[in-house]
Design a protein around this ligand. Sequence first.
Ligand SMILES: Nc1ncnc2c1ncn2[C@@H]1O[C@H](COP(=O)(O)OP(=O)(O)OP(=O)(O)O)[C@@H](O)[C@H]1O
Ligand SMILES: [Mg+2]
Length: 606
Amino acid sequence: MNYFKEILHYARPYRRYGALNILCNVFFALFGALSFISLIPMLDVLFDKTMQVTTIPEWTGILDLMTYIKSYMGWYITTQVDHKEQALIIVIALVLTLFFLKNLFGYLGMYYIAYLRNGVLRDIRNDLYAKIVHLPISYFSEKRKGDVIARTSADVLQIQNSFLSILELIVKEPLNIIFSLGLMIVISPKLTVFMLLFLPVSGFLISRLGKKLKKRSGQVQQEQGYFMSLLEETLGGLKVIKGFNAEERLENSFQQSTNRLYRFAVKLNHRKGLASPVSEFLGILVIGILLWYGGRLVIVENVIDGTTFIGFMLLAYGILTPAKALSKASYQVKEGNAAAQRILEILKTDNEIEDQPEAIDVTAFAKAIQLDKVTFAYKDEPVLKDFSLNIPKGSSVALVGQSGSGKSTIANLLTRFYDVEDGTISIDGQPIKEVSLKSLRDQMALVTQDSILFNDTIATNVALSNKDASEESIIDALKIANAWEFVKDLPDGIHTNIGDSGNKLSGGQKQRLSIARAVLKNAPILILDEATSALDTESERLVQDALEKVMKNRTSIVIAHRLSTIQNADMIVVMKKGRIVEQGTHIELMAKNGLYHGLVGMQSLG
Ligand SMILES: Nc1ncnc2c1ncn2[C@@H]1O[C@H](COP(=O)(O)OP(=O)(O)OP(=O)(O)O)[C@@H](O)[C@H]1O
Ligand SMILES: [Mg+2]
């Protein structure tokens, strides 16, 4: 129930529609109840039991409502109508009108609540998305992507199916019951009280059945997240799956997942399936008892008319439907709770990498970036140990070293995708933890180790940092990145769509787009993580020349395996297992005849 409350917050902006819905439902319930008792005069006419009344009856209070209606109808039919057929038509018209009004208001109620239901969904999804975009990268290395997808899609839908449909029921059905009960009391207080005695018993039995539902429902939703992950991974890895003949293996794990889902869902459906039949049977049991008790009142004690009794029974049966709906709703709350819990889990995650309350904006980069005794671990094993490095403005620093030595990690820390554990990273003497994330990242343009592109046009991909960038500036950036030569030949030029993650392009083409994107951002600090690794020697040289031009007035951190590309760097940092082993210019390091010298030697041989 507590999750329900939190989700209810989302309904606040739409409370106007909620109010309209309630209003319509009041009328719906009122006309619903009236439409049942309007059948009584019709039955009277049919069975020729209409009272002969010649004077207009007097109103004697709500408790005599039934008598009043009957004698009024009697008076009308006796004095105003020529023959019975006409009377029949009139009462049928009355019945039809009341049913029409009931359904009209029923529709209007749904009409208004649609805005609330879908508005709440939209807002939850938007909040989830905003949260996902803002959560730190580390959050997602622990999570399966598919699980996050399932929460944003399937679980939010579940909220709609359970909580929001309940919102409707919670108003409509009780009103229905109240109006019907009111009329039943008017018709026969004795019978009504008799019936009410049985209701709590049914309610208790039904709530017992709802136990365990939340757990089952949670299992189903979790499994859905898992198989969504599998699907997502499969679609991304089709080439490898086919190339390594792993179809069967993946099919197996998918089937295992769907089998688990099958078992959980069957159990869940069995539980849920019990709700309707049990409550209907309990209801009809009550009706049966009523028929016996009320039937005796009609036949033996003669205190109620046969037709009035039928009207009463119709009302009693009419209560069954809302009562059934309400008992089903109690199930749905439990299901919805499981979904809400999963959604709120994301929404309430603390963001570890967030602006401090008094975060400073860095407006310009003036002096240097400094890493001071930085220690960092993704998990337990430290990846960087006591790492210190000074990067003065305008210099180019190259990070080289064996795979896994922590080069990309430094890029991750500079951009604050992760926060350092020990030591500080500062920009112009200001620890980056005290700087606002946006202003820090505004100072940097990043080319990641694997090109990250979106299913959109080349222009949109390149102009990610500035959606108002002119076509000329995009083309200029493409030219600098040596990408224009292939883009200009594409059918739609820079407006060509490049497919999912850019899969319509070659590896080198993708890489050149990522570079163009960084060039267009025109930030003072450039971070290139293996930016040219996928290029052939010829293109690499061209891009390298261009990059060097771009890097001239900028500060750059270049990570590279191919050492020929970083020979001109102002400083080369040779890393090994998270530590600096050598540091200096190409000439100094060559003279040193150490690790760097060895690496260069091996590469020239190759
Ligand atoms: N998200 C992560 N979670 C846990 N460990 C990680 C994560 N990313 C990297 N590592 C580990 O951190 C270490 C350094 O990784 P890093 O990516 O910085 O290496 P690198 O020097 O860039 O290597 P390469 O030259 O192969 O790109 C590796 O041992 C790697 O296993
Ligand atoms: Mg790397």
